[in-house]
Ligand binder design. Sequence first.
Ligand code: UDP
Ligand code: MG
Length: 324
Amino acid sequence: MNQKKNLLTIIIPCFNEEEVLPETVKELGNILENLISLGKISSESKLLFVNDGSKDKTWQLIQDYTDKYEYVTGIKFTRNYGHQNALLAGMTVAVKHADMLITIDADLQDDVNAIPKMVDAYLEGNDVVYGVRNSRETDTVFKRQTALMYYGLMKKLGVNLVPDSADYRLLSKRATKALLEYKERNLFLRGMVPLVGFKSTKVYYPRKERFAGTSKYPLGKMLHFALDGITSFSIAPIHLILGMGIIIVFISIVLMIYTVYQKFAGHVVSGWSSLMVSIWLLGGIQLISLSIIGEYVGKVFTEVKRRPRFNIEEETFTKKFKES
Ligand code: UDP
Ligand code: MG
């Protein structure tokens, strides 16, 4: 049963995950072995851990597991490049050999039992299988509400996201190749995947607590990521500036007519307070507008430089295929 067909690679980005890693390897290893024994995936299927510049023993652990298990492989970044770049690197390396690629977080928050369902959906002919959370009970009320608002806002802005899906999904080889043709530096994969098209479906799963360790996405980083998502996919904020401008010009015209009329009617229009308020208000609006434009100029700046999105120091995935 040493078939090469349906080779699965599960890509797992890791940033300081030494506490969860042993459990992650165990659970994902079990899933992989089960699927292999059922004959659904190739016996050459692999786990691919991407060490995103961890400061703890994560890479050491990955190396130990690589020596111990044939199906464990790893990529070591030269430094921390971020979650999205780690996913991208995993896909770039794995796509040469894998027929289907699943991305999943290291912390076991995403239920690993959805993996066999994703594989089934692939075998039924889907190129993209989204993992969708059917419960967010483990998230705080704040996170749930802000997520809901965010998906609503993105939809209004015309960005096609699959609600309650993050970076837990399966992509076929050809869908991955299509995705890798999107060369942007400001990566927002959950917005990019729907753009590649292909036949897709969803698999539902319950979102759990982090198995161990703490979140590597503090509020500030999360907010930045969310705003990045908007400005990478929509120029609606610039249209908003136009809207504000039109409204302000309209109000000024009305005020102008009113003051001129009052002057000719012989009334003195007293106006220190209104003057101050207008100056501050307009100053504020102008600064906000400038920073919105600046955000897009900044995007252009980072895009035109075409800097590499990650640098790999060491990689054992390709090596293991050469050996076999
Ligand atoms: N991660 C990463 N690089 C980073 C931050 C996070 O590779 O700079 C990984 C992390 O190890 C985890 C996944 O991205 O596997 C999601 O992070 P986390 O679970 O901390 O985010 P949360 O679930 O709290 O949003
Ligand atoms: Mg998590």
